[in-house]
Design a protein around this ligand. Sequence first.
Ligand SMILES: [Zn+2]
Length: 469
Amino acid sequence: MKLLLKGGTVVSSLRSEKADVLIENEKIVSVGEGISAPDAEICDVSGKLLFPGFIDAHTHFDLVGAARTADNFYTGTKAAAAGGTTCVIDFSTADRGMTGRQALEEWHRKADGVSSCDYGFHMSYTEWNDDLSKEVDEMVKEGITSFKLYMAYDNLRVSDADLYKILKRIGEIGGIVGTHCENGDMVKELTADLISHGKTTPEYHPLSRPALVEAEAVFRYLTIAKLADVPVNIVHLSTRLGYEIAEEFRKNGAKVYLETCPQYLVMDDSVYKNGTLTGAKSSDEFEGAKFVISPPIRKKSDCDCLWNALKNNRLDCISTDHCSFNYNKDKELGRDNFSKIPNGAPGVEHRPVVIYTFGVKQGKITKEQMCAYLSTNPAKLYGMYGQKGEIKPGFDADIVVWDENAEWTISKENQNQACDYTPLEGVKVSGIAEKVFLRGTLVSEKGKIVKENHGKYIFRDKCMFYEKD
Ligand SMILES: [Zn+2]
């Protein structure tokens, strides 16, 4: 079956131009003005932007930590697709004592057959040994070329020595490691200090992991990467200090890719005191728990720095770190002690509209940059370019028909995310994913899923270590 999208403006990371798009058998077959295909079904998209399907390279669906996340792959990928995200990369975690193979099997069990957008997995290692090192070649055959490490959390973090060995090993296969940069020991000590002084409410969470805790880990990580002589990625970068250190390393020739998230752009740490994003003060001081994520929400000056870096093409990806614990019951575990609040918040559904509203509409970045950060760059970095990341002949027909004129308000009442709240409650936004095509099939319209479970596992290639301009 052929489908012709007629009259839209195709957006890429470099330009936007009026073009029709012809789709056949899940793929884009031609892009250009005045395409005629008498045997194709016509879809009128005049006046609309056509973005390549958005990619969220940082989700945690069906994660079991202090509690189990509200979203599993069934609900999480529906929420993703509803907002315009046609591919997610989640984290398959090999807990200590497990093999990568076992972790991978577990994540396939969670995701296969129930996902409404395409998906891949990064492999998270929490220790290192010869068996895991040997198994890396098998991971590549399974379509895994990106890996995740933690410098914080006792059950997840690896030592500096293992970090070095893993970076070297992943370098050999042309893969990339993305690391959670926070000094785990300092988080523990600062938390203990606060709690022992009776500072137990959510507003103390950001003080337990200040900017220096991220910055020190960024410096150490990039130092180790320089010694291992490999390109690296930093996930969810949140501070000006961390960013400036990364730029110093880049000036000295290091290849550093940087990811940030919407919450580090549009929220500041007043949310911990207010309990809301809109500035209204909640009557329950515990409501700041809705924003307890790690790294924490930062200062306005950090947000400004990250927007400026985006404007200058100095960051690479905007992902969500979607990790949705319910407020009732789950977040409540930390009512008497902020350090017991499960860390994480939902976000996979609203990333495109938040970046469109607060980035593109407000003139902080262009729609082409939005395309780069939400689709083209993650496709390249994570080995999917050629399949995903652009509206081009031969690519998967993952297309978001974007209506720039829609105005609406984000609320837990109208979200697909299974979480019992959204940190974006009451936020007025512009634009909507009017239609979302996943490999040529219409899967969502105006925020409502019309076709479920159409997602498939994506085998990813080697990373493309692209240059910045
Ligand atoms: Zn994460």
